[in-house]
Write a protein that binds this ligand. Structure first.
Ligand code: V1S
Ligand code: CA
Ligand code: ZN
Length: 388
């Protein structure tokens, strides 16, 4: 390894299970659990595992998953058979289409990534970890009784429910390029969870089509959830400077007003430049700055993965963010170690591939300063109603 040691008096735990990586959504499907193998390869070749408490996670029990999901949905998910989709089945819970196919071992896959997030949250609750990491989680679109956008079980909601057993208030922050609709909906009517999502927003042409600036919580009089949903709708091509400035400014204001006892950061890597589905121009550095900022707040922090459809860039971002968590980002060699398994995958861009340099055609930045100012003005106004 690279001589990385455990930081003194600061515990980072890494929750994973190699079983998860072996599942396949199907040939042309953009979601590749194998990207986790690639991320693990980087994390381990740098020797970062030596600086963390590493846990092989166990599958969540059905009872644990019932904390959020309905019994009948879980039953359907557990018994769903790989078959020609039956379009006439009215109660298919959105399973079996092209976004959420039924594949071999589906239920086990869901139980495993959920178990890892639940375990990670429990480590934070009993103060055994300062930062807990589950790169296989972050599946923010799943609903109580419905699969959506490559997500079947909502491990984030399950983890936040664990955190709420101990902590009065949890802040959820989502930097996936898509709107974190499933988490927002789950905690829509409570003032114990504030949800913040930054995303590409286009009601008609970008999934899932929700998350406009004025969707701030329930409108009904006296509902405690009012003002506790923060949405940051963005346009194509946003760059590192704009993105990290907005992140720090908005998350900073949310922490000041809401005073969370724990933070969950969904680190979806489809917000990176060159992503197969994403539209942004964020670099590994900028993406990592979001993690660095959350760490600097010194509040128990859960890091989960999420989207990310250009595997070599996903692996880079999550390895870099692991190095930020353990505090060695500035000391490791930027050039990917020679002995890294699958190193050839990172050679796409340069002969000496680095951890941070990604390739992505620079998209024109369609985010005007005027629009950014309007977002900040509106959210500042919204947060005046939050007083924890
Ligand atoms: N964008 C996009 C996209 N691409 C696909 C897709 C492509 C090929 C396949 F073989 C299967 C699916 N689906 C979508 C989106 C869903 C994006 C989910 C993002 C998930 C996350 O990163 O936030 C978290 C893990 N679905 C759609 O746009 C829906 C359709 C409306 C259009 C595409 N077709 C395939 C389904 C219906
Ligand atoms: Ca998001
Ligand atoms: Zn996404």
């Amino acid at each position: 390894d690279c001589g990385i040691v455990k930081p003194k008096g600061y515990n980072v735990s890494w929750h994973s299970n190699p079983e998860i990586e072996k599942h396949h959504f199907g040939h042309s499907h953009p979601m590749k659990p194998w990207r986790l193998t690639l991320a693990k390869s980087l994390i381990m070749s740098y020797g970062m595992h030596a600086a963390m408490d590493t846990y092989v996670s166990r599958p969540a029990s059905e009872e644990e998953m019932e904390d959020f999901h309905s019994k009948d949905y879980l039953e359907y998910l557990r018994t769903a058979k790989v078959a020609i989709p039956d379009d006439s089945d009215p109660k298919d819970y959105n399973l079996g289409g092209s976004d959420c196919p039924i594949f071999e071992g589906l239920f086990n896959y869901c139980a495993m990534y959920s178990g890892a997030s639940i375990d990670a949250a429990r480590k934070l609750c009993n103060n055994e970890s300062d930062i807990a990491i589950n790169w296989s989680g972050g599946l923010h679109h799943a609903k109580k009784a419905e699969a959506s956008g490559f997500c079947y079980a909502n491990d984030i909601v399950l983890a936040i429910l664990q955190l709420l057993r101990k902590h009065p208030r949890v802040l959820y922050v989502d930097i996936d390029v898509h709107h974190g609709d499933g988490v927002e909906e789950a905690f829509w009517s409570t003032d114990r969870v504030m949800t913040v999502s930054m995303h590409k927003y286009d009601a008609l042409n970008f999934f899932p089509g929700t998350g406009d600036l004025d969707r701030t919580g329930p409108d009904s009089e006296g509902n405690p959830g009012a003002h506790h949903a923060v949405n940051v709708p963005l346009n194509d091509g946003i760059d590192d400077d704009q993105y990290t400035w907005l992140f720090k400014h908005i998350v900073g204001m949310c922490v000041d007003r809401f005073r969370p006892n724990a933070i969950v950061l969904q680190c979806g890597a489809d917000s990176l430049a060159g992503d197969r589905l994403g539209r942004f121009n964020v670099q590994v550095q900028g993406h990592g700055k979001c993690v660095e900022y959350c760490k600097s707040l010194n509040i128990p922090l859960l890091l989960v993965g999420g989207g990310g459809y250009t595997p070599r860039n996903v692996a880079r971002a999550w390895a870099h963010e692991t190095s930020i968590a353990i505090g060695c980002a500035d000391t490791i060699d930027p050039i990917i170690p020679k002995h890294t398994p699958y190193r050839s995958h990172f050679r796409h861009d340069t002969l000496f591939p680095t951890l941070e340099q990604i390739l992505g055609d620079p998209r024109p930045n369609r985010n005007s300063q005027k629009k950014i100012d309007e977002i900040v003005r509106s959210i500042t106004e919204q947060l005046r109603f939050v007083n924890a």
